[in-house]
Design a protein. Sequence first.
Length: 340
Amino acid sequence: MERTELNTLGEFGLIDRIKAKFTLQNSESVTGMGDDAAVIDAGDKYLLVSTDMLLEGIHFDLSYTPLRHLGYKAVAVNISDIAAMNGIPKQITVSIGLSNRISVEAIDELYEGIKYACEDYQVDLIGGDTSASRSGLVISVTVTGFVEKDKIVYRNGAKANDILCVTGDLGAAYFGLQALEREKQVYLANPEMQPELEDKSFLVGRQLKPEARTDIIHELAELGVVPTSMIDISDGLASEIMHISTQSGVGALIFEDKLPIEDITMLAASEMNVSPITAALNGGEDYQLLFTVKQTDFDKIKNVADVSPIGFITADKNVELVLKSGNKVAIKAQGWNHLQ
């Protein structure tokens, strides 16, 4: 029998392959795989459901990740998926796989972080599961939320001439990870050396304790704006733009000089000899929101402090970056591939 290697498909190719084998059988199942969350008809509203799994050695390294931060992050990255559907999170379940080197006190620390996240995002921990694990710590979080039926936002609603916007800033989490990895290597070479991360606290914080942008969802609601499409930035801006483009059947033009990148991120890029634009496009783990709005709605959001217009949707299917020089280059999704 012919064998196909997983890395030839990639994560999204694998999801598409699985999705093609299944059809929805229940009328309550509105949308299954393929967006940030599944959508279930719950009567007056839609129920949103999303699951993410974090594995030691793949998604986090306990040599520099405090368990309290990890617990918080595990919740926040799931909350971000609900926000990307324009929804409000309500409940979570947490399942953990534990190796015998994890102490009771360590589990307490992990759940302390989970508790902080529950308080910050006003969600309830309502259950989960525990199991032994031979491959280190495994955390799986499922989140549920609700959205008004006329307010739900998918990835596939972008139209030509819509304005492309992003929340917050980009690339910081990538450089936070690079700083942590660098200090880990220094420590392994010489355990007497103390980590030098004081000037990288902003970047490291973005990597270890990202925030889901539920605040923007509330702000958009107050302004009476429903985006035409939306996605959260987990695998890099380029990857997420490609998702919106592909699923909406449109193209996009974004501008290099409009990408929101903090000065400290620019400085880290210079120190590490990495293009800040490359980090913004492909770094991942920013957990900001990428969304499109109609031109007629742009005046309502243009003064929102943490929202930046970065380009617009085009009728053709080309996705391009306009450089400061005026030249255009094709954008390709080179975000983090979990299966490589």
